[in-house]
Design a protein around this ligand. Structure first.
Ligand code: ATP
Ligand code: MG
Length: 411
C-alpha cells in the first residue's frame, strides 16, 4: 500500500517539506527513515498530530544535526540513547535510532545487532501504534504494517502484540485504556482478558513511569472517561487505593474546563483527584508516584486550604482577612478549591481574591513611610501591613488618607 499522496494531503506544507528533506538527507548518507506510531495512526483516522516520531535505521543524532542546520529548529540530543528532538514553532520531530536486540554472551560484552524497522515495530504497545511509513527514496510512502494495525484501526480495536505484553510492561494497561477511551475503540477480547489478569503487574512499575502515564491521561480532552474505566477495572485502585474515577470527579473536571485555559488543566485535574483525600492518603500518593517537590507542594497546599475554607465561609469575612488567609497559597491550590468546594460563600471569597484582592497594593511604600518619619525596622513592616489591610477593607482610598493613617500609627 502506497501512501505518498495521502501524506501530501495530510501534512501541512512546512512539515511536508521537512519530511522530504529528511528523506533526501537520509538517502544521501545511506540511512533509512520512517514515520512511525501516532502520526501514522492519526493520518488514517484524519486527526491532526503535531508530535511526529521518526525511526532511523542508521544514526538519528547525526541525521538530526544535519536537518537542524538546514531548517530553523531547536535541537536537543541524547547521544547515549541515540535520540534527537527537533522543535519548530508548530510541531516537534522526535528521531530515534532503531536498536536491535541485545544478546548477552556468557563471559563477553553484550552484542547489539543492527536494528530494523520491523524489529522496532514488534516491540511497540498496540498494533494501531505499530505501523510505519517509509521515507526511503526506493519505496517512499510504503506502509509497513507487520501487526495488522490498519485492519485493527478499521475494526476499532486495541490489540497487544503478544500475550506477555502487559506483564512485561504494565504501563501498557494505562495506555490501552487511554486510547480505548480517546478513540472510542474496544479492547480486542484476548487483550481485554490479559489486561484484567495482569492488573497486579502495575505494582512493578516505578512511580515516575506511572505518573508519566497518568499525566498523559490528564492531557486528554476528557480524562474522566479513562479514569472511570481504570477505576471499574480495578487498575486505578491498584495504582493507589485512594484514587477515584467517579461521578464527582467527572462533574468537577467539567467545571474545571469551563473555568480554565487548556494549558493549565492537567495540574488542576491532578489537584482535583487528590481533593477528596486525607492528608495521610495524599502523602502515600505523593510517595507512590514519586511526585516532584513542586507538584507535591501544590497538592499539600490544596488540601491545607481545603481544611481552612470554613474560615472564609461567612458573608461578613473582611477583605483583609481573605487576603491574609490566602496570600501564601499557590493560585493553583486556590483555583482547585474554587472548583471543588461545596461551600458557596467561601467559593465566592476565593474568586474575589483571585480576580481582585490579590492585586490590591498600598500607594505608599516603605521608603515613603521613612520619609514620613517612621523608622526602618519591624515596626515599619507592621504599619505597611496595617495600611494594606485598611486599603483592602476600603477604609483608606487616597494617598492622603494613607499618609494620615500612617502618621496616626507612627510609634
Ligand atoms: P499520542 O501522543 O497521540 O498519545 P503516541 O502514539 O505518539 O500517541 P506516545 O506516548 O507519544 O504515543 O508514544 C510514542 C510511541 O511509542 C507510541 O506510538 C508507541 O508505539 C510507543 N510506546 C510508548 N510507550 C510504549 C510502551 N510502554 N511500550 C511499547 N511501546 C510504547
Ligand atoms: Mg506522542
Amino acid at each position: 500500500m502506497n501512501l505518498a499522496r495521502q501524506i501530501e494531503q495530510y501534512l501541512p506544507q512546512q512539515l511536508l517539506e521537512l519530511i522530504k528533506t529528511i528523506s533526501r538527507e537520509a538517502n544521501q548518507s545511506g540511512q533509512r527513515a520512517y514515520l512511525v506510531g501516532g502520526i501514522v495512526r492519526d493520518m488514517f483516522l484524519g486527526y491532526s498530530n503535531f508530535d511526529i516520531d521518526l525511526v532511523i535505521e542508521g544514526d538519528a543524532v547525526k541525521l538530526a544535526q544535519k536537518i537542524a542546520k538546514v531548517s530553523e529548529a531547536n535541537l536537543t540530543i541524547h547521544p547515549r540513547f541515540g535520540t534527537a528532538k527537533l522543535s519548530y514553532s508548530n510541531f516537534t520531530l522526535d528521531m530515534t535510532t532503531v536498536r536491535g536486540e541485545t544478546y548477552a554472551k556468557p563471559g563477553a560484552l553484550p552484542t547489539v545487532t543492527p536494528g530494523t524497522i520491523n524489529g522496532d515495530l514488534l516491540r511497540r504497545d498496540f498494533s494501531i501504534n505499530a505501523m510505519a511509513i517509509s521515507l526511503n527514496q526506493s519505496n517512499y510512502g510504503e506502509l509497513i504494517d507487520p501487526c495488522q494495525g490498519k485492519s485493527d484501526l478499521e475494526s476499532h480495536l486495541i490489540r497487544i502484540l503478544h500475550p506477555k505484553s502487559f506483564s512485561d510492561d504494565a504501563t501498557r494497561i494505562v495506555r490501552a485504556i487511554r486510547y480505548e477511551q480517546r478513540l472510542e475503540f474496544k479492547l480486542e477480547p484476548q487483550t481485554a482478558q490479559l489486561l484484567k489478569q495482569d492488573i497486579p503487574a502495575l505494582d512493578t512499575i516505578s512511580g515516575d513511569r506511572i505518573r508519566h502515564e497518568l499525566g498523559l491521561i490528564l492531557r486528554e480532552k476528557h480524562p474522566e472517561y479513562a479514569l472511570k474505566r481504570l477505576s471499574q477495572l480495578g487498575a486505578l485502585h491498584r495504582i493507589s487505593p485512594y484514587l477515584k474515577g467517579n461521578g464527582w470527579i467527572a462533574e468537577k473536571f467539567e467545571a474545571a474546563r469551563l473555568l480554565n485555559k487548556p494549558s493549565q488543566l492537567s495540574s488542576l485535574y491532578l489537584c482535583l483527584l487528590v481533593y477528596p483525600l486525607h492528608e495521610r492518603e495524599n502523602e502515600q500518593l505523593i510517595q507512590r508516584l514519586n511526585m516532584p517537590t513542586k507538584l507535591a507542594r501544590e497538592l499539600r497546599d490544596t488540601l491545607c486550604l481545603k481544611s481552612q475554607l470554613y474560615l472564609l465561609d461567612k458573608p461578613t469575612t473582611k477583605h483583609s482577612e481573605i487576603f491574609y488567609l490566602l496570600h501564601e497559597y499557590s493560585p493553583l491550590a486556590i483555583q482547585t478549591n474554587v472548583v471543588a468546594t461545596g461551600l458557596p460563600v467561601a467559593c465566592s471569597n476565593l474568586k474575589l481574591f483571585l480576580t481582585k484582592l490579590r492585586y490590591v497594593k498600598t500607594t505608599l511604600n516603605g521608603e515613603e513611610l521613612k520619609r514620613l518619619g517612621i523608622p526602618a525596622g519591624p515596626e515599619l513592616g507592621k504599619i505597611l501591613q496595617m495600611l494594606h489591610r485598611a486599603k483592602l477593607d476600603g477604609k483608606v482610598k487616597t494617598r492622603a488618607e494613607e499618609e494620615k493613617l500612617a502618621l496616626l500609627l507612627k510609634p
